[in-house]
Design a protein around this ligand. Structure first.
Ligand code: SF4
Length: 709
């Protein structure tokens, strides 16, 4: 084997911590990965996933050549890029001519780089003329987007990773950081070891590994977070542990919230949440008396039909105590994917536009249209992920382009997604790994470059933009995502904008970034001072970073001014609503889904490395021992796990980390690993009315023993 002769600094492609990596390679093949000691996200640390990145480039799993099939049921055959993209442009143009621009849609991914996102957005909104572009970040962070915007006026996490280390009291809600954001968790562990007086509260129905670090674990009943948070505020008010001066000077809406939380007495909340009054009181006291208080949250709050309310209820605690805008304080959402933040910034949810603008705002549309040099942008609201696939299923969307994501595995109510994909007249899948469930439905498969093979930028959870660098060429005919999009767009333009200059005259990702960043100038996220070259000179930087700045911005709202019309933050008074699907006689268990330590999403990449199966080898359903006993089951027995939507057959295991009445199954397992479609065959398509984020963590289920012949 050739020894690595070169090192290229880049960024890990898994989670939103955004760790810096040093890719060791010989110019052709990646040989190893080290943590980048100079990257401010990880200072050299890597987790089990990041440190094995070089083992996941298995060519046997890679899409290498464009493949096209000319009819459903036929096999795809290899074609060339010209033939592939000409065909796609012809089908899209004809569909748009016959059925209008909203008969096509794009479903993209938080794995894409910022430049890829921007190109897709321009393609959908400026060239095609549809807002039907949504991202799998809808499944991940859209409730946090709504939470920040409603409460603080802009979608901007106000904290930095160093605040986590410097805080006196942390509330970790709905996040198993130890598995989902491991390097950040290691930083927290180190901080707690050096400052044992730091208090950590974990709110999670399961006793996860994150709880090992907790001074207090509140194992609330699934979905009762809003009641808990209102109950905490009730006690803060009762005890006088609020910052009245901050509330008066910097917020609005407190009286309405105060009236609402009056009813959330400790006894009532303890009953709703299934915890003791004492533990609730202790939690409020830790928060109320802390010199600095920071909260961290992730999918446990976001993936819920009350996700927006949960986010706002948590931010309310910070506004009521004045715990925002200073060292060690603030509401800090953790992003799941490596560039979910970049998607939010470039407007890659159907309701957004680049630069934290709204597609539903006429002035915002006019600004972006003017900058792009087009007559206008579409007014018709775009479809969010669940709505989009339903529109595909019922035949309203006739051409669908999916990039870098696996909805056939990751979307809830999987059976309907498979139905949608199998009946859609034309499905394009742009993907690095042909092994995903979604690729089976591709009429046109476009091989994409992936980590280590492409250039661009990503933003991590603390608003830090890193330069992602290419170390080796993509294999065979795989191409970078931005290049595929621009090449397709240039072929579509003569049919949709004949005789006009191209909107997609980009020769590299840096050129895309240069155009995109001007759309952020003067906005809350202003990153117009950043370029790929500047990132090379100064290293990763946090926005805002306006033109002329010399360093990024580690913390927001230190001046108490918020980007709302009044300049004041808003208390949001949403009442507690229970999860949509409650336990009942036929489905007496609540299924919670979550992550394993060593796997990532649908396992298209991590599933190629044997080492990453060392921690958990195969899918198993976790149940409390009492539930096993009640059903006369033993660990290792095969069970049929069923919900109102579908069923799976898999082994069961005893797990005292969850309470009776609950069940847990990792979200990673697809039909390559399970008998049945995958974890999401069980989950329901309910979603939050504001964020449209699906309720992936609360499904009613039951298990039956499978008797072996
Ligand atoms: Fe990659 Fe996240 Fe692990 Fe860092 S913590 S190495 S970004 S998976």
């Amino acid at each position: 084997m050739n020894q690595p002769t070169q090192t290229t600094a880049s960024t890990c492609c898994y989670c939103g911590v955004g760790c810096g990596v040093l890719i060791e390679h010989d110019g052709e093949t990646i040989r190893g990965v080290q943590g980048d000691p100079d990257h401010p996200a990880n200072y050299g640390r890597l987790c089990s996933k990041g440190s094995t990145l070089h083992l996941t480039g298995d060519l046997a799993a890679r899409a290498l050549y464009p493949e096209l099939r000319l009819g459903k049921g036929l096999a795809r055959a290899r074609t060339d890029w010209d033939g592939a993209l000409d065909h796609a442009a012809a089908v899209f143009a004809e569909t748009i001519r016959e059925h209008g621009p909203d008969s096509v849609a794009f479903y993209i991914s938080g794995q894409l780089l910022t430049e890829d996102y921007y190109a897709f957005n321009k393609l959908a909104r400026a060239l095609v003329g549809t807002n039907n572009i949504d991202s799998n970040s809808r499944l991940c962070m859209s409730s946090a987007v709504v939470g920040y915007k409603r409460s603080l006026g802009a979608d901007a996490p106000p904290c930095s990773y160093e605040d986590i280390e410097q805080s006196d009291c942390l509330l970790i809600a709905g996040s198993n950081m130890a598995y989902a954001h491991p390097v950040l968790f290691r930083r927290l562990e180190a901080a707690k070891a050096s400052r044992p007086e730091m208090k950590i509260i974990v709110v999670d129905p399961r006793r996860t590994d994150t709880c090992e670090l907790a001074d207090l674990h509140l194992a609330i009943l699934p979905g009762t977070d809003v009641a808990l948070l209102h109950g905490i505020l009730h006690i803060l008010l009762w005890e006088g542990w609020i910052d009245r001066a901050f509330i008066d000077a910097h917020t609005e809406g407190f009286d309405a919230l105060k009236k609402l939380v009056h009813a959330y007495t400790p006894a009532a909340v303890a009953d709703i949440c299934g915890i003791s009054v004492d533990s609730l009181q202790s939690c409020a006291e830790l928060i109320g008396k802390a010199p600095s208080f920071l909260s961290l949250w992730c999918m446990g709050l976001n993936q819920s039909s009350a996700g927006s309310a949960k986010n706002s209820a948590l931010i309310n605690l910070h506004l009521a105590t004045g715990q925002i805008g200073r060292v060690g304080a603030g509401p800090f959402s953790l992003t799941g994917q490596p560039n979910a933040m970049g998607g939010r910034e470039t407007g890659s949810l159907s309701n957004l536009l680049p630069g934290h603008r709204e597609a539903g705002n006429a002035a915002h549309r006019a600004e972006v249209a003017g900058y792009w040099g087009v007559d206008g942008l579409p007014e018709q609201p775009g479809l969010s992920a669940i709505e989009l696939f339903e529109a595909v299923r019922v035949g309203k969307i006739k051409a669908l382009w999916i990039a870098c994501t696996n909805p056939a595995q990751s979307m809830p109510d999987q059976t309907r997604i498979h139905e949608a994909l199998s009946t859609c007249p034309f499905v394009v899948v742009q993907e690095a790994f042909f092994t995903t469930e979604t690729c089976r439905y591709a009429d046109l498969l476009l091989p994409a470059a992936t980590w280590g093979e492409k250039e661009g930028s990503v933003t991590n959870s603390e608003r830090r933009i890193s330069h992602v660098r290419r170390a080796v060429p993509a294999p065979a005919e795989a191409r970078p995502d931005w290049a595929i999009v621009c090449d397709f767009a240039r072929r579509l333009e003569p049919q949709l904008r004949p005789g006009l200059p191209s909107l997609f005259d980009f020769s590299n990702p840096a050129a895309l970034f240069e155009e995109y960043k001007q759309l952020t100038a003067g906005r809350d996220l202003d990153l117009s001072g950043i370029s790929h070259a500047l990132l090379d000179d100064l290293g990763p930087q946090q926005w805002p970073f306006p033109a002329g700045a010399t360093r990024g911005t580690p913390r927001l709202y230190g001046d108490g001014v918020f980007p709302t019309p009044s300049g004041r933050a808003q208390f949001v008074a949403d009442p507690y609503r229970a999860a949509q699907e409650q336990r009942e006689a036929r489905y007496p268990l609540t299924l919670n889904t979550g992550r394993l330590r060593d796997q990532w999403h649908g396992m298209s990449r991590t599933g190629t490395a044997a080492q990453l199966f060392g921690h958990v080898e195969e899918a198993a359903l976790s149940l409390h021992p009492d539930e096993l006993q009640r059903r006369r089951l033993a660990s290792g027995d095969l069970v049929k796990l069923r919900s109102r939507r579908g069923s799976l057959i898999l082994p069961v295991q005893a797990d005292e980390a969850i309470r009776p009445g609950q069940a847990f199954l990792p979200m990673h397992w697809g039909d390559r690993f399970l008998k049945g479609l995958g974890t999401n065959v069980l989950t329901l398509p309910a979603f939050d009315p504001l964020s449209k984020q699906p309720e992936l963590k609360h499904a009613g289920v039951e298990v039956d023993k499978v008797e072996l012949p």
